[in-house]
Design a protein around this ligand. Sequence first.
Ligand SMILES: *[C@@H]1O[C@H](CO)[C@@H](O)[C@H](O)[C@H]1NC(C)=O
Ligand SMILES: *[C@@H]1O[C@H](CO)[C@@H](O)[C@H](O)[C@H]1NC(C)=O
Length: 364
Amino acid sequence: MLYVTWISLLLLLSNVLTASVNAHSTHALLLLPTHSHAAVSGQRCPAPDPNLNFRPVIGIVSHPGDGCSGRLSNATNASYIAASYVKFVESAGARVVPLIYNEPPEVLYKKLSLVNGVIFTGGSSKTGLYFEVVTSIFKDVLRKNDAGDRFPLLAICLGFELLTMIVSKDNNILERFSASDQASTLQFVENIDISGTVFQRFPPVLLNKLSTECIVMQNHKFGISPEKLQKTESLSSFFEILTTTADSDDKVYVSTAQAHRYPVTALQWHPERVRHKIFDLKCKCFIFNIPMQKNAFEWASSSIPHSEDAIQVTQNVANFFIREARLSTHRPPSQEVLDNLIYNYSPTYCGKAGKGFDEVYIFS
Ligand SMILES: *[C@@H]1O[C@H](CO)[C@@H](O)[C@H](O)[C@H]1NC(C)=O
Ligand SMILES: *[C@@H]1O[C@H](CO)[C@@H](O)[C@H](O)[C@H]1NC(C)=O
């Protein structure tokens, strides 16, 4: 009798609990692992998709100099990769092999054979060996894709400018713009279909902010206008313009482009450096942070935005690029990858001077 009473009490209690959970939200129902659909039907988690590469490795081409205005090295053959690009890749689930631009070609191309995608970083060098190496790697990227190995390329700022020069075969094609260290929006081309592009999986709210709020960071003196890109056959047949942006003189340049036939994405803006509009209590108005480096991973200036919007832009671009790299079927020997990963090098803290990149990898 006592037993039955206890059972009734428990049932009553459980009904009361269920009712109160339901009252809050029907989604608040907690399922124990044994209640999940997979367990009920006797299944474990499905095996990972065998068509995807879950260990993608990204090559980042080093840029001449020490990235630190000579504070770390004046060696004439020094080159660097800002650590923020490395963290950008890592944040989306991939690792980095540095492609040191001035290493002997056989070493450089061996390393290129170990990666599933490449980043051309920002910077300033448009001539000499660096230009030749970027050109040659770009051609190799196209060859790999033509041969059926999906191999994405993300070209950022200088990287975009170099692609413009290489694809058009015109080293004087770039135009001057006033876009040094400034905030901007991205204006989407009318009726643009963003499926398959870097913007595809941006949350709608963030996409809207990109075109209405100045949350992306521009820092360039060169670029290409949409008119010039469109009327240059080689460029318009290669690139589709996704967004444009006006500089401080209201001159419009292409801010985002995607290759028609290749997984090649070109950003004139810095996805790894973002700006943010903040409400200033003193002037009771919106002001923009204008730090030199605005980066999810750069902390040199106290005004560097680390807002959720800013970080989300960084994260979404990184996720897109690494998602593309997971489509690369190329599986290089893992020991060779380990031997060449960026973890074989140590970054140097350069940001203590309060300017420039926080951390850089220097190769010399
Ligand atoms: C590089 O040269 C500059 C200018 O001469 C000097 O101030 C700086 O200390 C040098 N850097 C190093 C790492 O020696
Ligand atoms: C740079 O020069 C130094 C000294 O000449 C040499 O030891 C080093 O291997 C060179 N580095 C590169 C990347 O060429």
